[in-house]
Ligand binder design. Sequence first.
Ligand code: UDX
Ligand code: UDX
Length: 463
Amino acid sequence: MANLLCIGAGYVGGPTMAVIAKNCPQHRVMVVDINEARIKAWQSDHLPIYEPGLEEVVRIARDRNLFFSTEINRHIAEADIIFVSVNTPTKTYGQGAGRAADLQYWEKTARQILEHSSTHKIVVEKSTLPVRTAEAMERILQSNGNPALFDVLSNPEFLAEGTAIRDMEEPDRVLIGGRQTPSGQAAVQALVDIYANWVPRDRILTTNLWSSELSKLVANAFLAQRVSSINSISALCEKTEADILEVARAIGMDSRIGAKFLKASVGFGGSCFHKDILNLVYLCEYYGLNEVAEYWEQVIRMNDWQQARFVHNMVSSMFNTVAGKRIALYGAAFKANTGDTRQSPALEICRKLLEERAEVVLSDPHALDNARHSLGALAEKVTFEPDPYQAARGAHAIAVLTEWQQFTALDYESIYRSMVKPSFVFDGRNILDHKQLFAMGFNVFPLGMPPLTHFEWGGDHPG
Ligand code: UDX
Ligand code: UDX
């Protein structure tokens, strides 16, 4: 039996360790966090995050070999393998502000591990970190003159929110980076043995530390780049009357391109894409690779532009003003099947509409609490309404911002009757039946295809 510890009980640490515990009943898995309320929630029937399948996994393993605690120091002392998944947000101050990762929590955690360790430990970087962070972690851990005490590994997570449990249970690959020394390789093997309890051996890749760290950033940058690429083409489709769904299908059938991650949208969000690309950009600039930095930075610029463009289209289509108009936003989460609103395009669009003095009503099945929190002082100006029918009542427009399945199954006839005329739908995820909505009387603005409108007006769209 090994004692596994995870520091950081967030979106990554919680689900990851729950799946490890479920699949490795022979090991004891402890998850700790400085946030007492979060730990209490993990111990209760109301888990702190919404993730399909998570409750079942936690129910199987909790109090059997999965435990949650705030006693960080004691559990560090007992652990054999320590996963670090504390948050590493983008720096908001000083050198590298707005680009580099803020490593203060991570460094504090490394020092805490050092202080409370007297037996050998494998320390696993789970948090996404700039390349060569493992080296810095090693330096801190070896600073008290006992270098043999620690082996540092990089084991980035590739789980996507909403499918985190499936991604962990059946990963495309598990990546483990370690030192090429005998003790480094023994540590890699120890972690391989944990995953091998449920992951086929040929899906467990072992690399050197830096390749592993960089691969995480690059994987997310490539994924985000696909979203920005298709979104850039959605703008062109709107001008040329090509249809983005047809274009995506046509290019996606080329097996070299592949069909996934080609959905035009209001933009990518989430805690990872933005931050990881900024990290990559910062890293390139640091090494003087300015062209490479600019290349990747454009992925973020395109994403910002897509959101600005969406709001601009809304305003210009609604006779160049939304001031005082009630607008129902369907979706606050950055994607469906999660309650997470970090970097959510929906909230950015909400902010921009507030600037235009619209009366914004936000509706989401799972993300309203997080949305209220993320909006901060602006939350006062927003109405939070879990019921999409109530949200649309008396509204001039609905904008679909998150692709929740629920939004496709609503009775839009009755919604139409309850709205101000002319009524508009802006489908920022292309999930609704546009022709049907048009037939009901809506003026429909999908992404990347011509709008369906009942009258002509000036503005960006010829109507
Ligand atoms: C985080 C990072 O954002 C991501 O880059 C990384 O890949 C994994 O960890 P996530 O789990 O989504 O992702 O973050 P979050 O939900 O904020 O969880 C981090 C947890 O760490 C929080 O619960 C926080 O309280 C805890 N924490 C933070 C500590 O326990 N100790 C600290 O010193 C700082
Ligand atoms: C991502 C990576 O997929 C995962 O491997 C990594 O570990 C963490 O970051 P996540 O952010 O949870 O996961 O969600 P993901 O499914 O990748 O979607 C990211 C964003 O892109 C969402 O806002 C989503 O709506 C958007 N997206 C995705 C699109 O707009 N179009 C697409 O075709 C796909």
